[in-house]
Write a protein that binds this ligand. Structure first.
Ligand code: BG6
Length: 487
C-alpha cells in the first residue's frame, strides 16, 4: 500500500521544524510503511527541486541524525504543488497532480492541515468539492467514510466551545469522525504514552490510584520561554487556550481515566471523555476562588501586545473529577511562561501516614510519599518515601527511588511528531483528540475565560520573569493547606 501525505501550509515553520524532520527520521529508521510520498502545498511559488533544497537545509538543522545522501534518497518522494486554499481550481489541479504521481495505485491520502486556523474550513470545503467532482467523473472513490482518506488538523481547534463545535460540524459534512486526526502533540510524547503503560501494564499502582490513598494531583508545566514574537497570537489566546484546554487537560485525562477494555482509539477515547464529563464547569463565584492568574512583568512590552493587556501568561486551576475513584481529590493544573526552567511533571501526592510514630521525623508537613512522573526534560519516574538516617537515632529523611529513561534505554526521546505521523499513516487515532473530547474540554475552560474577561476576580497578579513559581500562587496554594511540589 502506498501513502501520500499532502501538507497544506507547507511553507510554514511547523513543516520545516517538525513534520519533515519527523518523516525523515522515520525513513532512516525504516519505520515508514510502504511507499510514502509527501506533497507540500502553499501559495509560495517553489518548484519541487527548490523545496527539496530548502528542506535539506532545515532538516539538517532540526534533526540530530542528518546525512546528505540518505536525505536525497528520501527527498526523491517529496513534491511541491502551488495552491491557494481559497481557490477551488487549485484543488482540482492538485487532484490531477496527485492522480498523476500515484498512478494506478490505490494510495492512502493524508491531508495535513498545518495552516493558520482560519484556513481549516475553506480547505475542508474545497477538499470535499474536488473529491465529489472526481467521483462524478468516475475517477475516484467517495470521500466521506473512506478510511483511506484522512485529515489531520493542527491546533488550535477552535477558540471556544461554539467555534470548536462549528468546526466539527464543517468537518463532519465532508469527513466521518473516524477519518479525522486532531493533533495534540503532548499525546505523542513518549512519557505521556508511558503514563498509560505505568498505570495499565503494572498492577502495583492500581490499588492506590484513587481517593483512598491520594491526597491531590499536581500537573505542572513550566516554560522558560516568554511569548517572544508570538505576542499577536498569544495575546488573544492566553495561557488557558494555549496550554490548558489541550495539553494539560490531556494529561489530566490520562492520569484519571479508567482502564479501557482494549487499547483502541474508540475505547481509549471513551474513557478519556468520561473524565471530562465528571468535571463540573465552574460558576463565576468558583472561578474567583478555584483559579489563579498572573502576567509576567515585561509582557506588555512584547511585540503585538497592547499596553493595557490583561491576558494571563500564568494560571493555576483546581479541578474536581466527581466520580467514585476521585471524589474529594483536587487536581491542580498549573502552567506559565517566562519561568525559571522548562519542565513538565505529574505529581501524585499520597496521604500522610495516619499517625506520626517517630517524633524525630521531619518537623514540616510530611508530604513524603509522592510519585513524580517527569514528562520532560530528564524523562523519568521518581518515587519519594521516608527512610531512617543511619546511626542517627530515629532521624528520618525523604529519599528517592529514581528511574530515568536515558539511563535505562540510552536512547534519545523521539520527537512527538514521529509517533503521531506514523499513527496517522497507519490509521490509528488512539493518540488524537476526538470531537466530543475537544468540546468537553472547552466546556470546562470557557466559563473560566468568560469570567476572567468580565470580572476583576480573581485578581491578575504580576510576577518576575525567571521565578520558579509566582509567590502569590504559592500563597494561593497555602491558603488551601497544600503546597506546590518543587524540585
Ligand atoms: C504549544 C503552545 O502548543 O505548546 C506553546 O502553543 C508552548 O506556547 C508549547 O510553548 C509547549 O510544548 P512543549 O512540547 O515544548 O512542552
Amino acid at each position: 500500500m502506498s501513502n501520500t501525505i499532502v501538507i497544506f501550509g507547507a511553507s510554514g515553520d511547523l513543516t520545516s521544524r517538525k513534520l519533515i524532520p519527523a518523516l525523515y527520521s522515520l525513513y532512516l529508521k525504516k519505520r515508514l510503511p510502504g511507499d510514502v510520498r509527501i506533497v507540500g502545498c502553499s501559495r509560495s511559488p517553489f518548484s519541487s527541486e527548490q523545496w527539496r533544497d530548502d528542506l535539506e537545509k532545515t532538516t539538517e538543522k532540526f534533526t540530530s541524525e542528518f546525512e546528505s545522501d540518505s536525505f536525497k534518497e528520501f527527498a526523491a518522494s517529496i513534491f511541491y504543488h502551488k495552491l491557494d486554499i481559497g481557490t477551488i481550481d487549485d484543488f482540482r489541479s492538485l487532484f490531477r497532480f496527485l492522480n498523476e504521481i500515484e498512478g494506478e495505485e490505490d494510495a492512502t491520502r493524508i491531508y495535513y492541515l498545518s495552516t493558520a486556523p482560519r484556513f481549516f474550513c475553506p480547505a475542508i470545503e474545497n477538499l470535499g468539492i474536488a473529491h465529489k467532482e472526481q467521483v462524478e467523473l468516475g475517477s475516484d472513490v467517495k470521500l466521506r467514510g473512506n478510511l483511506n482518506r484522512r485529515v489531520v488538523i493542527e491546533k488550535p481547534f477552535g477558540n471556544d466551545l461554539d467555534s470548536a463545535h462549528a468546526l466539527n460540524e464543517k468537518i463532519h459534512e465532508v469527513f466521518a469522525e473516524s477519518q479525522v486526526y486532531r493533533i495534540d502533540h503532548y499525546l505523542g510524547k513518549e512519557t505521556v504514552q508511558n503514563m498509560l503503560v505505568l498505570r495499565f501494564a503494572n498492577s502495583i499502582f492500581e490499588p492506590m490510584w484513587n481517593r483512598n490513598y491520594i491526597d491531590n494531583v499536581q500537573i505542572i508545566c513550566s516554560e522558560s520561554v516568554d511569548v517572544g514574537r508570538r505576542g499577536g497570537y498569544y495575546n488573544s489566546s492566553g495561557v488557558l487556550r494555549d496550554m490548558f484546554q489541550n495539553h494539560l487537560l490531556q494529561l489530566l485525562m490520562i492520569t484519571a481515566m479508567e482502564c479501557p477494555a482494549r487499547f483502541n482509539a474508540g475505547l481509549v477515547r471513551d474513557e478519556k471523555v468520561k473524565v471530562l464529563q465528571a468535571i463540573k464547569p465552574f460558576s463565576a463565584e468558583q472561578v474567583g476562588t478555584e483559579t489563579f492568574r498572573a502576567q509576567y512583568n515585561g509582557y506588555l512590552d512584547s511585540e503585538g501586545v497592547p499596553s493595557d493587556s490583561k491576558t494571563a501568561t500564568f494560571a493555576a486551576i483546581k479541578l474536581h473529577v466527581e466520580n467514585w475513584r476521585w471524589q474529594g481529590v483536587p487536581f491542580y493544573l498549573c502552567s506559565g511562561k517566562a519561568l525559571a526552567k522548562r519542565s513538565t511533571h505529574i505529581v501524585i501526592q499520597f496521604h500522610d501516614p495516619p499517625t506520626l510514630l517517630f517524633s524525630d521525623g521531619p518537623k514540616e508537613h510530611w508530604e513524603n510519599n509522592r510519585l513524580i512522573i517527569q514528562i520532560q526534560p530528564d524523562e523519568g519516574i521518581r518515587m519519594r518515601f521516608t527512610t531512617k538516617v543511619p546511626d542517627a537515632g530515629m532521624d528520618l529523611r525523604t529519599t528517592d527511588l529514581d528511574f530515568n529513561f536515558a539511563d535505562e534505554y540510552s536512547k534519545s526521546m523521539p520527537d512527538s511528531y514521529q509517533r503521531l505521523l506514523l499513527d496517522a499513516i497507519k490509521g490509528d487515532a488512539s493518540l488524537f483528540a476526538r470531537s466530543d473530547e475537544v468540546e468537553f474540554a472547552w466546556k470546562i475552560i470557557d466559563p473560566i475565560i468568560n469570567t476572567w474577561d468580565q470580572s476583576p476576580t480573581p485578581k491578575l497578579y504580576g510576577y518576575k520573569s525567571g521565578v520558579e513559581m509566582p509567590e502569590s500562587c504559592d500563597q494561593w496554594m497555602h491558603f488551601q493547606h497544600k503546597s506546590w511540589w518543587k524540585e
